[in-house]
Design a binder for this molecule. Structure first.
Ligand SMILES: [Zn+2]
Length: 459
């Protein structure tokens, strides 16, 4: 029997830059790319005149496979991670700093809105958009973070409305965080959070009940590369979404939550993404560590269905597991930003294909064309000849499926660094990366309430 005698909204502090130094080139959990299943015919083979209208979309074929595989993350791993996460600590942050807090799952009650500080340069703005998109890939559509209007810069957390996360890139000295002085010095980033706690008189302890709001402070004075900044930003945002602690390095070596600079080259590490989904789809805010069990976790099917595409140096796909479709992309990181590539000028076009699942797990496939004007860094993403097949079927050649929707979707794009994002067009959100040292390839995700898809294309 629990009688909360106090309810308080308390500020807590989380910090990051954990472990420091790590990073460069470390592998996050890679998707299992073994196909094993059926190799499907090319969908976009411009050399094959009988392929119908999709022919001509690409100078290279997109290889599409549909496979069932055994999921890598066991329910026992999720339970162990969660018990630690909501256990109250102590949590280690770097070799010389640890912190503790009260137990309980502090997650948002509704999908929060991320607001970027006014005046944030477009480069950092693109990183924030991409971090949000990469996290949203891991979550079911109803839990997707939204990006709202710009926020006042350097705001104090008390001024942030509930269910909002402000993000500032600012010099460390300007971080408006009263607890900063007690944190590990020289942090590159901090997730400052506001949590409601209640006193549990039967267990004689305070418990975290929900996440109210948060502020992610990122240092604007580092010379870290974009991929590392992106990884740190995702690590901080995962703290604000309810992953409180830093996963044990021995038990979860691939976790971004044990090392914020573990590069997120293609997706949130599988263990962290799986735990995030469990937090938002299997457990209520305020869940106590003693309530974490195989029974409360619920059905945990070991099979996942993967729809995978490959073109040029990139692979991309959608992995359906535990009732959620997760898009991902992978490829070699370019050495310079797209606009700094001296060998491409004017308007550049990449052609390829898209694969995805509808909410009822019907596969969808079609052509993808990304074009970017390198002087304005704006462009378009067009997805054409979209067809669907029955759930469990692999997408076949053009014309063998049923037209999906009205057959095409189009978006306007903005590009910064090597990231692209949609700025308008049909409903949904496009987010992607350019890949390869010569920016030969691009891949990304398209997320809508009726389609979760990934695309890849080559110049
Ligand atoms: Zn951290």
């Amino acid at each position: 029997m629990k009688t909360p005698i106090f309810t308080l909204s308390l500020l807590s502090l989380l910090l990051v830059a954990c472990g420091g130094g790590g990073g460069g080139g470390s592998s996050s959990s890679m998707p299992d790319m073994e196909t094993g299943g059926m190799e499907m015919p090319s969908e976009a083979d411009s050399n094959n005149g009988d392929e119908g209208p999709r022919a001509g979309h690409s100078s290279q074929p997109v290889t599409i496979t549909l496979t069932d595989e055994t999921g890598d993350i066991t329910s026992q791993e999720v339970l162990s991670y969660l018990r630690f996460d909501i256990g109250g600590g102590p949590y280690q942050a770097g070799p010389d700093f640890s912190y503790s807090d009260d137990p309980g799952l502090a997650r948002f009650v509704i999908a929060p809105t991320v607001r970027i500080a006014q005046g944030t340069p477009d480069h950092e703005r693109a990183l924030i958009h991409h971090a949000v998109a990469v996290i949203n890939r891991e979550l079911p559509h109803q839990w997707h973070l939204q990006i709202g209007s710009d926020a006042p810069p350097l705001a104090v957390i008390e001024s942030i409305p509930n269910n909002q996360i402000f993000v500032d890139f600012a010099p460390y000295d300007d971080w408006n965080d009263p607890l900063k002085g007690s944190s590990r010095p020289d942090s590159e980033a901090i997730a400052q959070i506001d949590v409601t706690k209640e006193y549990d008189s039967s267990q004689l302890r305070w418990e975290k009940k929900r996440m109210n709001k948060a502020h992610v402070w990122m240092s604007s004075e580092t010379d870290l590369t974009d991929p590392i900044l992106l990884s740190i930003l995702i690590h901080e945002l995962l703290h604000t979404l309810g992953i409180y602690g830093h996963a044990d390095a021995d038990e979860f070596p691939d976790s971004l939550m044990r090392d914020s600079e573990l590069l997120v080259t293609q997706r949130v590490p599988e263990v962290d993404g799986t735990v995030l989904r469990a937090i938002y789809t299997r457990y209520n805010p305020g869940t106590e560590p003693e309530q974490i069990s195989v029974n409360s976790l619920g059905p945990w099917e070991s099979t996942e269905t993967n729809l995978t595409g490959e073109i040029g140096s990139v692979s991309f796909g959608v992995s359906h597991r535990h009732g959620v479709s997760v898009p991902w992309t992978n490829g070699p990181t370019p050495n310079v930003a797209l606009a700094e590539n001296p060998s491409i000028l004017g308007t550049v076009t990449w052609n390829g294909g898209l694969v995805g699942f509808t909410p009822s797990e019907q596969p969808v496939s079609g052509g993808a064309e990304i074009s970017v004007n390198l002087s304005t860094l704006t462009g378009r993403a067009d997805f054409t000849d979209l067809e669907s097949w029955h759930a469990g079927q692999a997408p076949g050649r053009l014309g063998t499926g049923s037209m999906w929707g009205d057959g095409d979707l189009g978006y306007t794009l903005s590009v910064s660094g090597n990231y692209l994002r949609s700025t308008g067009g049909d409903s949904g959100t496009v987010a992607g990366n350019f890949y390869g040292n010569d920016h030969a390839d691009v891949a990304g995700s398209l997320e809508r309430d009726d389609l979760t898809a990934a695309f890849g294309a080559s110049r």
